[in-house]
Design a protein around this ligand. Structure first.
Ligand SMILES: Cc1cc2nc3c(=O)[nH]c(=O)nc-3n(C[C@H](O)[C@H](O)[C@H](O)COP(=O)(O)O)c2cc1C
Length: 191
């Protein structure tokens, strides 16, 4: 799958085939993809926790109210933020940097044939703190990602929405703003 196909094939998976073990090399490929995300001033304000151990996985699952899919997932990857990496920047870009890392990880997993589900933590601090306690981490959990072999094939939820896009151009000294119709409900890529 190339990038165009992978982006469109990714789904949030909430049912995984039980008993599947993911090779460490694949996990590291996902983590590398996450760490190749852009970050403000290349501060790389992230840290990752990988949990395959069923006991610890169950404790993480109990700390997040919307993570039932973790019961059947092969493992959990918690993407955490290190805000102190941007302490001298005067502006907090770290949640965005971590979001980019999370999405890279999801797409890499999809390209390798794995299913994932992003469960949000920060800024829901109750969940973030509960997972932080399980991990014994100083970094702030931004996402709990379940990873495994998909045991469902949900319909695509993403779609192109022309009314979310404004096109601007200049004409005779005036800035023209317009929304263009078309492509609605169909993939631009598949049209
Ligand atoms: C910030 C964020 C938090 C999310 N939290 C949860 C969650 O706690 N539990 C869950 O099952 N899905 C969660 N999701 C997944 C969304 O529900 C899912 O991405 C959305 O319904 C679109 O479906 P798709 O990912 O299959 O395209 C989260 C997604 C994002 C981006």
């Amino acid at each position: 799958m190339d990038c165009t196909q992978t982006i469109r094939a990714r789904r949030s998976i909430r049912k995984f085939k039980p008993g599947v073990s993911i090779p460490r090399a694949d996990v590291e490929t996902m983590l590398e993809a996450a760490m190749m995300a852009p970050s403000a001033r290349n501060t790389r304000p992230w840290e990752f926790f990988v949990v395959e151990d069923p006991e610890i996985k169950a404790r993480i699952r109990a700390a997040h109210p919307y993570s039932a899919m973790l019961d059947t997932a092969s493992l959990a990857i918690v993407v955490c933020a290190q805000p102190e990496a941007q302490a001298d920047m005067g502006v907090d870009f770290w949640p965005l940097d971590c979001g980019a890392a999370i999405e890279n990880l999801l797409l890499q997993a999809a390209a390798l044939g794995y299913g994932t589900c992003w469960c949000g933590c920060y800024p829901a601090m109750d969940r973030a703190k509960a997972i932080q306690a399980v991990l014994g981490a100083k970094a702030i959990p931004t996402a709990l990602i379940s990873v495994g072999a998909p045991d469902e094939a949900p319909a695509r939820k993403g779609f192109y929405q022309a009314d979310k896009v404004t096109w601007l151009w200049e004409q005779s000294g005036n800035v023209i703003r317009a929304q263009r119709r078309g492509k609605e409900g169909r993939s631009c890529y598949e049209r």
